[in-house]
Design a protein around this ligand. Structure first.
Ligand code: ZN
Length: 210
């Protein structure tokens, strides 16, 4: 059990390709234990292996809240098999200490992965929850994608990043997400015309980082 160093935005390992885990060996189990220790030490709700400098397809989550108890979870070689809908998520990331911004996310997501014993499982969290957000955030880390790549307000985010002495947005990394843009616009215009409740912010707004 050890607390590992969390790498910060700007470190190339956060953009590097990750390798599938062939066997859940003792070494992998130790890495997962250390990732949990590191995540809890930083008061985070999720951590992906690249954030501790390991280019492996593994992430851990603990999205328990007072109202939604849940067991800590390990995702090995995960695949997102379904995604739809949209929500506005207020997120942080342990590789961006102190930074919280609004990003675009899918509301519904289904993920398949293997657990720490190598057993396959599938999970579909309640739409728009902290768990739904965290799964997408951590899965992105395995693809070399960072939450700022889903940014809504690029220049406002640059100001926040500068204030935290982090590199600014890499414009070429901003994702083209027409489906999410359209969904978000529809949601906001419905809210403006009073036909629906205002665009709901994710319950992730407790400012936990992943
Ligand atoms: Zn993160």
């Amino acid at each position: 059990m050890a607390i590992l160093k969390v790498v910060e935005y700007g470190d190339p390992v956060l953009r590097a390709p990750t390798k599938e885990v062939v066997k859940v060996s003792k070494k992998i189990q130790r890495l997962v234990d250390d990732m949990f220790d590191t995540m809890y030490a930083q008061n985070g709700c999720g951590l992906a292996a690249p954030q501790v400098g390991e280019s492996k397809r593994i992430f851990v989550l603990d999205c328990a809240t007072e109202t939604h108890p849940m067991q800590p979870m390990v995702f090995i070689n995960p695949v997102i098999v379904k995604k739809s809908g949209v929500f506005l998520s207020h997120e942080g990331c342990l590789s961006f200490p102190g930074v919280y911004i609004d990003v675009k996310r899918y509301a519904h997501v289904t993920i398949r992965a293997k657990d720490i014993k190598g057993r396959p499982f599938s999970l579909t969290p309640e739409p728009g929850t902290l768990l739904a957000m965290a799964i997408q955030h951590e899965f992105d880390h395995l693809e070399g994608i960072l939450f700022v790549d889903h940014v809504i307000d690029r220049f406002g985010t640059d100001e926040i990043l500068k204030a935290h002495h982090l590199p600014t947005i890499e414009p070429e990394m901003i994702l083209d997400e027409p489906e999410l843009d359209e969904g978000l616009l529809a949601m906001l215009s419905e809210a403006e015309s009073g036909q629906a409740a205002p665009a709901k912010k994710s319950k992730a707004s407790r400012e936990k980082s992943a």
